[in-house]
Design a protein around this ligand. Sequence first.
Ligand code: KG4
Ligand code: ZN
Length: 337
Amino acid sequence: MLILGLESSCDETAAAVVQDGLVIRSNVISSQVLVHAEYGGVVPEVASRQHLATVVKVVRQALTDAGVSAEQLDGIAATCGPGLVGPLLVGLEMGKSMAYALGKPVVGVNHLAGHLAAVFLEHEKNPRPPPFPHVALLVSGGHTSLFRVEGQARTVLLGSTRDDAAGEAFDKVAKLLGLGYPGGLVIDGLAASGDAKAIAFPRALPGREDLDFSFSGLKTAVATRLAARARPEGSALADFCASFQAAVVDVLVRKARRALARERLRDLVVCGGVAANRGLRQALSSAAHEDGFKLYVPAPVLCTDNAAMIALAGTWAIERGERGGLDLSVDPGLPLS
Ligand code: KG4
Ligand code: ZN
């Protein structure tokens, strides 16, 4: 089964072809980062226009890279939410139009279900995917949540952020430090040579036993500290980044451990853009070693937004018999059921 996936929920226009829910035949990602960088964040209207300008090119490239024609596809899957309404519409309408013209099935995919599915890709490299049920920590620019994942389309929300998402905290702190947008990867790089104990930033653990997160206090602590003294440079900047990153990572790791203990599960998946963070990957693999749980992390390119994960979640939906009609629409606040 050959499924074309389309992803356009934020600032990446992506298309991918996945075969039999296992093999990534192509994975094309056109990032708008440079366009939005000058504004210090994603401008929704600009993002919509960029998606419009690139979506056809990206789809053509995905088909060419996969070595398949549009007629050979067995179905099309497009992200239908959550995300920015204009950008979502471009990808979904593209998918619906192709499906109508080709007479193929189309399904709308929840972006978060895509992130949760990413770890099941690259079957050749990861022949033993996580069993169901498992715990998933989804950390991205828009979301920070813990799920109990019961099956391909069955999840129970265990906890989520009460304010900022982890990626949002990285991006806002990077902006305060004058490191540009998006800043997660830059902070990750600088933190590698810094001392994580240099500054004791607060660890927010609202309610000792719950599985929710909060990052706004940490962001305020960073802003307050920066307002009181000169912007750090050189090794002081590396120490600052390492200390901030450690505060985020500490909380994520503690809550993930707590979720595994509470659910009595021994398999943890980490996904979403922040799962590409080296500090988080290292801290989680040490915790896995200490506690005896198994850690599953997609390759960095499958952690950040991509269409291969959408094609896989779409493959599962089509296998379940789901079909979208031409009235299929986007929902910017689509919850994960
Ligand atoms: O999953 P994603 O591509 O988009 C959303 O669905 O939000 O995640 C993007 C977020 C951004 O906030 C970005 O700064 C963060 O992931 N990110 C990172 C790293 N790579 C991307 N944060 C920390 N360390 C990284 N290496
Ligand atoms: Zn995402």
